[in-house]
Design a protein around this ligand. Sequence first.
Ligand code: SAM
Length: 274
Amino acid sequence: MRPSGSRGRGGNPPVLKRLGQHFLNDQRVLAEIAAALELRGDETVVEIGPGRGALTRHLVGRARRLILIELDRALAANLREEFSADDSVEVVETDVLDANIAELAGGPYVLVGNVPYYITTPIIFHALRAPVPLRAVFLVQKEVAERMAAAADSEEYGALSVTIQALTEPELLLHVPPSAFTPAPKVHSAVVRLRPRATPLVPPETAAGFQAFVQSFFGMRRKQLGTIVRSLEGVTTEHAQDLLRAGGWDPHARPETLSPAEFARLYASLRATN
Ligand code: SAM
């Protein structure tokens, strides 16, 4: 535990690598992330991992309420101090994975975060639990952003693409080099915006089951659909092939050829028949 009030160089608390702390200093990128939220001024904004407040300063005054979720005690204390005069800002010192984001927001909300890369995917799925945000903008590792937005049959397409696209329409907005951060991460980053679909391809309350289903397919991505269904459903090859053909799928196709909508249809069909 860090003694309270301990400071690193330059008046900031020491950087905690285990919390994935890389602070963004590029004001142009920070302004673009804030602009990507398309704030009207009357919304509730939740920021995950505000850190030293670099992005927060671009958001203050542009939201009716601004809720900051930060796990690092010293950073949370600094944020509380910096924004103490502003009633619209609330600091919640907790692990975001333990927080009920929608409940904290208390109604419709917009979500933003330069999230720690060691738990990016769990944070994003946690954040997309029903009721989903109005829109979300995340700064993530470049490869993760590319996988989220990837089209079927491309190299980057996988379980993350399918499960994110079943709930949202992702847009890759901007690449951010390591030099934009202190300390610089080893990886490149990118800004991605997720707009929840008006009609999700799977009901958000079944998203966790759908995610596990899709992951099992991509865990066998070199295998044909017939083989995967046989193994997942514990049926004979003939039965698996019949199930697939009945829904119009080619049992010899590979999972990466199925679009997110096809995966959703397959999930509904297999869960209805078994
Ligand atoms: N938003 C700041 C910026 O752009 O400079 C900081 C970004 S830094 C990559 C990630 C931030 O998330 C850090 O402030 C870190 O302490 C915080 N963090 C890490 N794990 C967290 C968790 N589980 N819950 C909430 N915050 C977390």
